[in-house]
Design a protein. Sequence first.
Length: 228
Amino acid sequence: MIKARFGKKLPGFELNIDIALTDGILAVVGPSGAGKTTLLQCIAGLQKPTWGELHIGNRLIYSSAQKINLPTRERRIGYVFQDYALFPHMTVEKNVTYGAPKGNNQRNKTLTASGVLAMLKIEHLKDRYPGQISGGEKQRVALARALMTAPELLLLDESLSALDQDTRSALQQELRKLQGQWQIPFILVTHDPQEAEILGDQIIRITKGKQEIVKRLGNSFSVANSFC
């Protein structure tokens, strides 16, 4: 579960966010420069909101009032970047295991690199390097690396945008299956309204920092009317 209510001052406007998501996929659409990536980066700890609070599960990970700001590594968030951000000097297997939880704790008992690679059908690529695989394969590697962190929330920043249509359609279906298997919230940023309709259980549009509901199902998602 994620609850996020915060503001972030940006050049020309302030991004205002108020969301609560317990499960499923939240798709975020809007024009370039509207604040979509800033939303993800504030949740992940890569940027600091100007004010507000962020909860993941029962943990308060950011509070301007209480001066709490957990570092990215402690937030238990998987992040798939638009350019995948794979390490070119590491094999697929080493990329996937980079950042996996260390130690003998409950979170990593069910996670193995071979299991995650097999789930995403890329186990045969484990000894290759990013420069030796296709765009769709890189996307799967990036997903595998994010899942190996045993996240409580997965963020995807335009991560399907550079793929051809056939590969993109196949991976959209894989994302739906993965979300069902892992039962954690996904937040997906996309420029493509059709992709948002395919993947989003809920959809919001952000325009110059203001959000509005496009699609809402059940009671797992809410948005403050004052920000619409």
